[in-house]
Write a protein that binds this ligand. Structure first.
Ligand code: NAP
Length: 453
């Protein structure tokens, strides 16, 4: 094998991208990694998805900083694959490409009224309160008294909790200033989270339920009658410790007397949205009660009973899962919302491996698991890539010359890692003045200016 390094482009600098870079740079052979990112800032959902009041989870960025400090690592921010450079142009310049672009859009409910103003994907709200520059002008209407969140995953519970935090709780975080002001001034009195199945099938995890009891400005509410389990759910607890712990935490909430806090956060089970109503904007949601039914494989699903109810509300946040977006030139599985792949090797429509093309993280396996899940996922992909390099099956790049040269010719303002560090330093300094972890720059122009200051 030649002594010139293996040149790999990793696309997307969230956890999967950084872990892939880290695994590549830990390989025995010399490797050069270009980590290409659409935004001027790295870390993906660690910066722009993790709830701001969960700062401990964000400390994983320390591990990413270590990877960025390794020899052979280069960050190219503000570069969008598909806009500034194509998949084919990357394939001409690198021995291998690894897509780690995550799941950038939301799954749809498919019900009437879903697109009324005031019906938003939770992913948009998450991006807005986290200061994502594409969502700085989202301006969700928080003037009404009741907001409904659909879904029972950790994202649903994150957005529900974030919207009922009080000013002091918000000011201790790196929530965007716009969101702090909007949430603090909101007319919101009641937030209702709707789970289509029962408490024993909820996807959220127990620490997220437990912290609902400790909110300064909101009483958490669960109707004890909705926690009574049918026989199948009761039996399922034996194999599901998360569900069992969730039940304990939910029962503790149900037993709590109301403390009369300014806002209420109610969790409801076995109800599905049927239609979102409103004249020009969201005014109410029609929901239907479900019963639970187990199929032959033991999967418990929600079956509508016909019993309906209308809940007046001014904002509906749909939190029923993320979904990947197709990349031009790369085969995509529309049903799964992922790149077609076999263990991380990208395949074509017919299932044949595309030499030199790989993927990891949510765009490989779908939007599941915690941040650490991506470490193992990226390791599996990188192992295959290194196996292919050793076997000599990677294609030989056709073009010579550095990608940076092509981008410069096209007038792309590439943000280097040093440029990101300037953004980081500016945000941390602004945070220090206010006693907050950081104050984020939320506008493209401000981010680009800070990076080149
Ligand atoms: P998720 O965990 O897959 O939850 C999606 C929820 O949407 C489920 O409750 C699902 O119910 C529900 N749903 C799907 N289709 C529906 C429909 N048509 N009507 C009503 N409900 C519907 O997804 P997520 O909350 O977006 O989270 C994504 C991943 O990130 C998860 O792995 C999550 O744990 C992780 N995450 C972790 C944290 C944390 O660790 N603190 C924070 C945020 C996200 P069914 O179960 O009935 O399908």
């Amino acid at each position: 094998m030649s002594s010139s390094p293996l040149r790999v482009a990793v696309i997307g600098s969230g956890p999967a991208g950084f872990y892939a870079a880290g695994h590549l740079l830990a390989a025995e052979l010399p490797v050069h990694v270009d980590l290409i990112e659409r935004l001027p800032t790295p870390w993906g959902l660690v910066r722009l998805g993790v709830a701001p009041d969960h700062p401990k989870i964000k400390t994983v960025s320390k591990a990413f900083e270590k990877i960025a400090g390794k020899e052979g690592f280069r960050f190219l921010g503000n570069v969008e694959v598909g806009r500034d450079v194509s998949h084919a142009e990357l394939a001409e310049r690198y021995d291998a490409i690894v897509y780690t672009v995550g799941a950038q859009t939301d799954r749809r409910l498919g019900i009437p009224g879903e697109d009324l103003p005031g019906s938003l994907p939770a992913t948009a709200l998450v991006a807005w309160y986290n200061g994502h520059p594409d969502f700085a002008d989202l301006a969700p209407d928080l003037s009404g008294e009741r907001v409904v969140v659909i879904g029972a995953g950790n994202v649903a519970i994150d957005v529900a909790r974030m919207l009922v935090l009080d000013e002091a709780e918000l000011r201790a975080t790196d929530t965007s200033d716009t969101a702090i002001e909007a949430i603090t001034a909101a007319g919101l009195k009641e937030l209702v989270l709707l789970a289509r199945r029962g408490p024993a099938q909820a996807a959220f995890t127990t620490p997220e339920v437990v912290e609902l009891q400790e909110l300064a400005g909101a009483d958490a509410i669960v109707d004890p009658a909705e926690l009574e389990l049918d026989a199948v759910s009761e039996a399922s607890l034996a194999d599901d410790t998360n569900a069992e712990r969730n039940l304990v935490a939910l029962r503790a909430i149900a037993a709590l007397p109301l403390a009369g806090k300014p806002r209420r956060l109610q969790l409801r089970f076995c109800v599905s949205p049927v239609e979102i109503l409103g004249d020009g904007k969201v005014e109410a949601i029609v929901i239907e009660r479900n019963r639970l039914e187990a199929d032959e494989q033991g999967r418990i699903s929600a079956v509508p009973t016909g019993e309906r109810e209308t809940i007046p509300c001014s904002l509906v946040l749909r939190s029923v899962g993320y979904r990947g977006i197709a990349i031009a030139g790369v085969a995509f599985d529309e049903r799964a919302g992922t790149i077609r792949n076999a263990g991380g090797r990208i395949t074509d429509e017919a299932g044949a491996v595309v030499p030199g093309a790989y993927c990891a993280g949510w765009i490989k396996r779908g939007p599941s698991g915690v941040i650490g899940t991506n470490k193992k996922c990226a390791a599996e992909t990188v192992e295959l890539l290194l196996e292919d390099a050793a076997a000599g099956t990677l294609p030989v790049p056709a073009a010579t010359g550095d990608l940076a040269g092509l981008l410069a010719e096209r007038g792309v303002q590439v943000i280097s890692y040093a440029g990101w560090q300037k953004i980081d330093a500016a945000e941390l300094a602004a945070g220090e003045v206010q006693g907050r972890p950081r104050v984020k720059l939320t506008r493209w122009a401000d981010l680009l200016a800070a990076a080149s200051a």
